[in-house]
Write a protein that binds this ligand. Structure first.
Ligand code: AR6
Length: 512
């Protein structure tokens, strides 16, 4: 903690804690009731092979395409009863994998053989138009599709144990190897996951995000072409040189008893670095990086969405596998992903997003052979109208959510890299969201790096607000009361005063 004499000044980025300089003690990698490890831990790191297990066909695990219980009725089939779906998949992906080159029509034909129900619905326009824009001389796709089909077919060898769902209301983790992830994602690309195509309420997995890649292949757009470049880059890399490491996905669910009492908190604000330069993922390496998430993690990554979360998932495609098993996040929940690899560099945002090129990830690994990259997916509230956020219950919800994301499990954990969480698509107001995150970080005992993403005004506002609050030595509890007052003002028509002005005024009257 910085001395209070120089209180008020934001700190340089170097003052914040990062991996690998700080080292949270990990202990032995072990599976337990709340931690499923899908590799044989005795052989790691010499070999990353599948932990033995048996197939389970039930709604609280991922139903695997290679399960003997997965069946289908073939179109035009005159034999009696359904057939084992993996046999059909193996036949058609097997044929694809045995060729030296394949085109989009071949991929489409194979996919439709084991998804005949969607013959009239699924389009492959964006995949086809993407292939066309790749310059002929470096068109690696025709030879990549067969390799990806071969990778997908290794599923029974790569994943033997049932993958539990990270279900609502329960803290639990899954650790898999990067090769297992690549194999699962190759299956998602070839749309093999059963019971995951129907969506909407009352479908079996309605509380889970989509995983089969169909919607990414559909109606074409510039966005989807750029997305596919990033995704295919990933498949190119992992089929050429399979990565050797593990990734952990942990759903954290806090009970009411574990949530802070915001009204009575005596905690003081901790270090803050605020900048309009750089980004969370580049300049926050080694810190706990915030994913401005949707409650269904990954948001629109497999569709048209292309904001902070989707971009994060595209440049670190291993994150996409979280959609296979992570149920919708509740108010007191978040998902922490440790170890995913960065495969691409990008520029732009939204419609201006462009895949720039491959990336060599130079981040080191921890004792569990995971890359030292930690991302926390936390979903802010989506305000249809910005005025909705000035409601104490909603502020409290956001405080709890951020606290859930930032909470430390032990000593030696890095500080947080975040920014305008919930302030783009979700219509939050940056001053309020910055204050909420500062309070949550204080309560969790972490410093904060705040990247305003070229927004100079927010940078100045946050800096000024922080200076004032630290000089006044306010506690989180006092800040909570202050926000309550501000919400009251906003709901009674005082919409002309922003939070910083309100704080400045109160401070000038010694009312903080
Ligand atoms: N680093 C720092 N700041 C960034 C970065 C970055 N890499 N990228 C964007 N920003 P938004 P939300 C800034 O709208 O409001 C997704 O679809 C930028 O100024 O992505 O929480 C999810 O799946 C941007 O305006 O977050 C959710 O459905 C601001 O951060 C939904 O959007 C907010 O980014 C979440 O929306």
């Amino acid at each position: 903690e910085r001395p209070r004499e120089e209180a008020g000044a934001c700190c340089p980025l170097q003052d914040l804690k990062r991996l690998p300089q700080c080292r949270p003690p990990l202990g032995e990698l072990r599976f337990g009731r709340a931690h499923t490890v899908l590799v044989d831990v005795r052989l790691v790191p010499q070999r990353f092979v599948a932990q033995d297990g048996r197939d389970v066909w039930s709604s609280n695990v991922v139903k695997m395409p290679c399960s003997p219980s997965s069946s289908m009725v073939k179109s035009g089939w005159t034999g009696s009863g359904p057939v084992e779906r993996w046999k059909v998949i193996s036949k058609h992906l097997g044929a694809l994998s045995s060729r030296s080159e394949a085109d989009v029509a071949d991929v489409q034909k194979a996919i439709m053989k084991y998804n005949p129900k969607y013959e009239k619905q699924w389009l492959f326009d964006s995949l086809a138009s993407f292939v066309k824009v790749i310059p002929k001389e470096d068109n690696y796709l025709p030879s990549l599709f067969p390799k990806m089909a071969a990778l997908a077919l290794k599923l029974p060898e790569h994943v033997k144990k049932a993958i539990p769902l990270l279900s609502a209301g329960r803290t639990a983790a899954v650790t898999l190897s990067q090769v297992q992830i690549s194999c699962l994602l190759a299956n998602a690309f070839f749309c093999t996951f059963p019971h995951r195509n129907a969506c909407g309420a009352h479908t079996e997995y309605w509380g889970l995000p989509s995983i089969n890649f169909t919607s990414l292949f559909g109606k074409t757009s510039q966005r989807k072409r750029q997305k596919l470049r990033a995704i295919m880059q990933y498949f190119k890399e992992v089929t050429d040189s399979p990565p050797r490491g593990l990734v952990t996905f942990e759903r954290r669910c806090l009970s009411n008893a574990e949530l802070p009492d915001w009204t009575s908190s005596k905690k003081k604000l901790l270090q803050l670095h605020v900048t309009s330069q750089g980004s969370i993922e580049d300049d926050g390496v080694g810190m706990l990086q915030v994913d401005f998430a949707a409650s269904l993690v990954g948001g629109g990554v497999l569709n048209s969405g292309l904001l902070q979360e989707e971009i994060l998932f595209l440049i670190h495609p291993e994150l996409i596998v979280s959609r296979l098993f992570t149920e919708r996040l509740g108010d007191n929940e978040c998902l922490i992903i440790t170890g995913c690899q960065k495969f691409s560099i990008y520029s732009g945002f939204g419609d201006r997003f462009e895949w720039v090129g491959p990336c060599v990830d130079s981040v080191g690994r921890d004792e569990w052979f995971r890359l030292q990259r930690q991302i926390v997916a936390m979903d802010a509230l989506h305000f249809k109208h910005p005025s909705e956020q000035y409601d104490v219950r909603k502020v409290q919800r956001e405080l709890n959510k951020a606290y859930c994301g930032f909470k430390k499990v032990g000593a030696g954990e890095p500080d947080v890299a975040t920014g305008k969480w919930g302030c783009g698509a979700f219509n939050g107001e940056p001053q309020l969201k910055a204050l909420i995150q500062l309070m949550a970080a204080a309560e969790a005992g972490r410093g904060l790096a705040f990247f305003t993403f070229r927004d100079e005004k927010t940078k100045r506002d946050v800096e000024q607000m922080y200076k004032l609050l630290v000089r006044e030595d306010v506690t989180v509890g006092q800040l909570y009361a202050l926000i309550q007052d501000y919400c009251r003002l906003r709901t009674h028509g005082g919409s002309g005063v922003d939070l910083l002005q309100f704080i400045t005024l109160r401070s000038s009257r010694s009312q903080l």
